[in-house]
Write a protein that binds this ligand. Structure first.
Ligand code: MGP
Length: 199
């Protein structure tokens, strides 16, 4: 006679929730402008996530970009890369920048930001390895969203990513989508800043 107590009930492990892993781990950062503190010191690492479920949990737990105080930012970067020019992964890179007008805060801002995060963590860009992260800046004069790439001299990757952003987000033509090299942004003097590419 067999000893039935040794037999594992067939369904015992079916209820264990399975999370869907992302290819990489990502970190959400928050920056609040404080004139008394060096810019780098105001970057706060909020949480890292490596599964689809943990991404949504975090997303549903925080304010949408449209409710951020003016002067503050969210950034989502690959874990280990800090959302600043000085990080070795960003030092030779640049950003695709979308300038929004104030009226777009109530609609496009949150949609673009969510879509961009999903493209990033889903590694949906052909050259996704070139992408370090993305930033949303809440600004009174007009919000900004940017996708940061690691090598500004890799024109094939940079242009491919820009094209995909314009197509997938359905960005209207009135919104400039321009690529800036971080070094140019750092070194800029005066108000003018050139774009290396415009789409
Ligand atoms: P910002 O927050 O990117 O844009 O840069 P904002 O507020 O729209 O201002 P504008 O200058 O684009 O009109 C604001 C300032 O923050 C910069 O001038 C820098 O002093 C500082 N800053 C921004 N970034 C992204 C960095 C960074 O990566 N490293 C350092 N050290 N300072 C930065």
């Amino acid at each position: 006679m067999s000893d039935e107590t040794d037999v594992e009930p067939r369904d015992s492990y079916i209820d264990v929730p399975v999370k869907h892993p992302l290819q990489h781990c990502w970190t959400l950062w928050y920056h609040q402008n404080d004139k008394n503190v060096a810019w780098e010191m105001s970057q706060r690492e909020i949480a890292s996530f490596q599964t689809v479920e943990d991404f949504w949990m975090l997303y549903n737990h925080i304010k949408p970009a449209s409710e951020l105080k003016h002067g503050s930012d969210y950034a989502v970067f690959r874990k280990g890369i800090r959302p600043m020019w000085e990080d070795p992964a960003n030092r030779n890179g640049g950003r695709w920048l979308i300038n929004l007008d104030r009226k777009q805060r109530s609609g496009e801002l949150d949609r673009y930001w969510l879509d961009i995060m999903l493209y990033l963590v889903g590694e949906e860009f052909e050259m996704s390895k070139e992408i370090c992260g993305a930033v949303v800046n809440s600004r009174y004069r007009g919000d900004k969203i940017a996708v940061w790439t690691t090598d500004a001299s890799n024109s094939e990757a940079v242009l491919g990513i820009g094209r995909k952003l314009r197509d997938r987000l359905h960005i209207p033509l009135r919104n400039l989508l321009g690529y800036q090299v971080h070094r140019d942004v750092m070194d800029r003097s005066g108000s003018g800043l050139k774009y290396t590419y415009i789409m």
